[in-house]
Ligand binder design. Structure first.
Ligand code: NAD
Ligand code: TYD
Length: 369
């Protein structure tokens, strides 16, 4: 079936428009939404290197799912799809999302994350203004952001709350921060019913293997070096992607327009701890492994410039006000994730094309071991 045929599927029920739904979190969100809710989903995605329609194969034939190829910087296309599908909400995931890539090519991040979010807001505002009173009240624009906008914490500092001052350190974090400010301004100035969520590092199925956890799993599986930046003491606050998706659904359905919600699972781990845990799971799961002790593949390499030391999320607001709570403990989620990558070799092989290998070469040959 061609992309054009897919986009001509009729949507008759209530529907949401998801941007960036072919990426890691967006795809998990759509798969969960189709399971948990009755509404239809229109997935608008540009299909960059990070977008992969294979992630959504399971629901491809569903009459509750439509894919349209489009760029959030293209106001005409967004306007057309809003008019055609009349969504009651936009859930905005589309972004350039990898810190290391933002160090090499920051302009892509400004284009998609800043200009793209602005374009989407502007088209959404015009669409929303022309809705009838009931639909206008119901409409929501949910912007998915990151804890990285708050900057880096010392080991004894208190966790990020929704009122922590912004201090982004990478071009990625700065571009997301700029987008957050635009979203805020569209609520304050125009009354567009926006919601913003800040989440920590996600892990789970369908994550592109440029990010730490899938990169470690795949390298270790092949007996290749496991690169840890600096001394491995940097701490991230990890969340299993299904918990994040459930948090977004909760905010979409019960969040107060104009409000901001942090979503975290209380899983602070150093990079070294995460990598060692993956190695131990692989020791247990992999028969005929290249080596029996995967920890021996660990190599400490040149640090990332501006590498944030620690992230930590305080989720009391979403827990106390909206009743959401993470369900997965870190080790179970990690075990599930390792199993998923080992069992989905075809997905993995399809990712390992020329452009992915080129990226690995560029990022890691520049770093001295
Ligand atoms: P991803 O890189 O896996 O996916 C991004 C998706 O957006 C891809 O499908 C890509 O094709 C699409 N896209 C990129 N540019 C586009 C454009 N101009 N128009 C339309 N589509 C475009 O990202 P992810 O990890 O799934 O992250 C999703 C969102 O969640 C991002 O906004 C990110 O900032 C945020 N976030 C991610 C994490 C994390 O740990 N991955 C944590 C907190 C917040
Ligand atoms: P990453 O998955 O890129 O997410 P983010 O930069 O958004 O937190 O990296 C997670 C952590 O792992 C971060 O501290 C950088 C580190 N890291 C490595 O040590 N080695 C690697 O090869 C990668 C990709 C990341």
């Amino acid at each position: 079936m061609t992309l054009i045929e897919k986009s001509s599927k009729a949507v008759k029920k209530k529907c949401i428009l998801v941007t960036g739904g072919a990426g890691f979190i967006g795809a998990n969100f759509i798969l969960n939404w189709i399971l948990e809710r009755d509404d239809q989903v229109v997935n608008l995605d540009k299909l960059t290197y990070a977008g992969n329609l294979q992630n959504l194969e399971k629901i491809e034939a569903s009459n509750r799912y439509v894919f349209v190829k489009g760029d959030i910087c293209d106001s005409g296309a967004i306007e057309k799809y809003l008019q055609q599908y009349q969504p009651f909400a936009i859930v905005h995931f589309a972004a350039e999302s990898h810190v290391d890539r933002s160090i090499h090519s920051p302009e892509d991040f400004v284009r998609t994350n800043v200009l793209g979010t602005f374009t989407l807001l502007e088209v959404a505002r015009n669409y929303w203004l022309n809705l009838d009173a009931k639909r206008k009240t119901e409409f929501r624009f949910l912007h998915v952001s990151t804890d990285e906008v708050y900057g880096s914490l010392d080991s004894d500092a208190t966790s990020f709350t929704e009122t922590t001052a912004y201090a982004p350190n990478s071009p990625y974090a700065a571009s997301k921060a700029a987008a957050d400010h635009l979203v805020r301004s569209y609520f304050k100035t125009y009354g567009l019913p926006t919601l913003t969520t800040h989440c920590g590092n996600n892990f789970g199925s369908f994550q592109f293997p440029e990010k730490l956890i899938p990169l470690v799993i795949l390298n270790a599986q092949e007996g290749r070096q496991i690169p840890i930046y600096g001394d491995g003491s940097n701490v991230r606050d990890w969340i299993y992607v299904e918990d994040h998706c459930a948090g977004i659904r909760t905010v979409l359905e019960s969040g107060v327009p104009g409000d901001v919600y942090n979503i975290g699972a209380g899983n602070e781990r150093s990079n070294l701890e995460v990598v060692q845990t993956i190695c131990d799971i692989l020791d247990e799961c992999l028969e005929n492994a290249y080596i029996s002790k995967h920890r021996s593949l660990i190599q400490f390499i040149k640090d990332r410039p501006g590498h944030d030391q620690r992230y930590s999320i305080n989720s009391q607001k979403i827990e106390n006000e909206l009743g959401w709570r993470a369900k997965w403990n870190f080790e179970d989620g990690l075990y599930e994730t390792v199993r998923w990558y080992l069992q989905n070799q075809e997905w993995v092989n399809n990712i390992k094309n020329g452009s992915y290998l080129k990226w690995l070469e560029k990022n890691y040959t520049e770093r001295e071991v």
